[in-house]
Design a protein around this ligand. Sequence first.
Ligand code: SF4
Length: 275
Amino acid sequence: MIAPTQQAVAPAPRTLPDHISPSAAKSYLSCSLKFFFERVLRLPAPVSPSLHLGKAIHAGLQAFHLARWRGGNDSPEMLASVFEVEFRRLEKEEGPVSWKDDKARTKAREDGLRVLAAYLDSGEAPTERPKAVEVPLDQKLDGLPVPLGGVIDLVTHDGVPVDFKSAAARPDPKQAAFDHEIQLVSYQLLVEGATGETPPSLDLVFLVKTKTPQVIKVSSPPADRQRKDRVVRMLETAVEGIVEERFFPQPGMHCSWCQFRKDCAAWPPSSRTSA
Ligand code: SF4
């Protein structure tokens, strides 16, 4: 028999999320408490300069790829103009950005323009019409209680899903492929679900904001059964944790750029230990 006090604290029925995206799964698995602050409570926090710049660069790339897809204006001037407009809009609508000072803001703006120009001059900008740009896909997968969902930056003319990253330093290719495995393999699963075809490779393109900007492509082979199972298990672990509300600190190197350190230090909300 359940005592009245136990009934009073019975947990609310748990609801499944609509879908799980690779970025949500990676965020949950990196630190579930940060995920909770950021995506469940949506605590306000200043936007980091690197996140802000990454979003403005992404907007420029999106406009360029869409122009290539539609056959519209894909000039360097158009791309630079979209970047400038988004840089200011994001500051107003999603800021404040935690700039150190005006000099840092100016440098970030110029870095963005430089890496985008470097991308156009690199061999990585698509010369043929892409198959898709910013395409939202979802897919039901065995073993996953909710559909996998994601938006792929670019699918090239030959069916390669590409994700773009802005970075401060040149990436180590093996480490980069390992770090982004959830995203890469998820994109493969989504492309396979949509087209029935396995992509020839899974690509990351890094726009590196060094003094002389660099554009580095990291290609991984498509995943085999074992790699797919590994990623689906990670996605499943994230969904279970979110549904079960398992949110706890997972300290590590990522704490040094976490904007929720004060909130984290106050966890758990009511301490169970007594002095
Ligand atoms: S400070 Fe570290 S452990 Fe705490 S929420 Fe942020 S990332 Fe997680």
